[in-house]
Design a protein around this ligand. Sequence first.
Ligand code: PLP
Length: 368
Amino acid sequence: MPPCYLDHNATTPLRPESAEAVSHALKQWGNPSSVHSHGRAARRIVEDARRQVAGLAAADTATVVFTSGGTEANNLALRGCGRTRILVSAVEHPSVLEAAEKIETIPVDADGVVDLDALQGMLRDGEGAVVSIMLANNETGVIQPVTRAAAIAHEAGALFHCDAVQGAGKLPLDFGALGVDMLTLSAHKIGGSKGAGALIVADHVQLASIIRGGGQERGRRSGTENVSGIAGFGAAAEQAAAEVSSAGNLSALRDMLEERVLADISGARIVAGKADRLPNTSCIALPGISAETQVMALDLAGFAVSAGSACSSGKVKPSHVLAAMGHDNDIAACAIRISLGHGNSEADTEGFIAAYRDFATRAGVTAA
Ligand code: PLP
């Protein structure tokens, strides 16, 4: 039996529409900057995708800057916006937390929600600052009060950036209604291929390119565009926008899974279970049993989940997100993330619960 994939926050299966768009674009091998017909065909693909990606966030087409992914878009936002103070929530993705040498972190509460009073205090003089708060967290799924945070930032004269990589496709997105100045998206989290992303930038932001060269993307991101990746991103964005209303249905599966885990496994805890969360994400801690051990055992049992955030080195460290929420290593090093997607069914979650229960019993955790 193929392994059951429950790790959609790490990456998503390629959508067939996206695969088709990638394959078509690979045959249009012109350089989109060339003026002849080969170039114009490639340019058309890029501009069609720009319209599709803008549509996912209800933004103007011209505000979309294509990048190599979410990581580059976050770096471009924070390093390219020309502000000297960078304030980010303590639970951001490393591509935000480590985007510059000097970053000030805004604390979060026990549910992982950013402390807006602390933000206000830190922004007493907000001129020259940029604030970055994610739409939803990749490890816990906790949704942040982005609109209110953006209003606080603007009142103090700061710019506001939002990493919406995990929210896209799972929550309705409206760039204008969110009230942000910059917004990050990544193709491979919504059924596109890896290596394509975008920063949506409001007209009033004077964005300087952090990659210099040929001046592509209207001078905001140099480098010949990844035409096929961008084409797949566009197709995925269009599909994700059409399906976003059904993404909420995943919460019924997720809630059932959590209820059963709590009922069947003593000591298991749902991290931020009471907070406003993405419908697909569950972060479960089994105190005393390392996340790495849990992930490996579940993999052997045929279930692909991850340990908090997927670490590129393959080594699992205690989660900085859970630590920022005040959890000690008993929780922060012992939590796994289950993230569901459209392909998952009740049979998948039932199978997962049975495998997790077996593992817990073998590991000496008594049944609840
Ligand atoms: N931001 C968040 C919240 C993420 O979860 C990720 C990827 O895991 C990224 C940014 C980075 O995106 P990419 O993989 O496209 O560089």
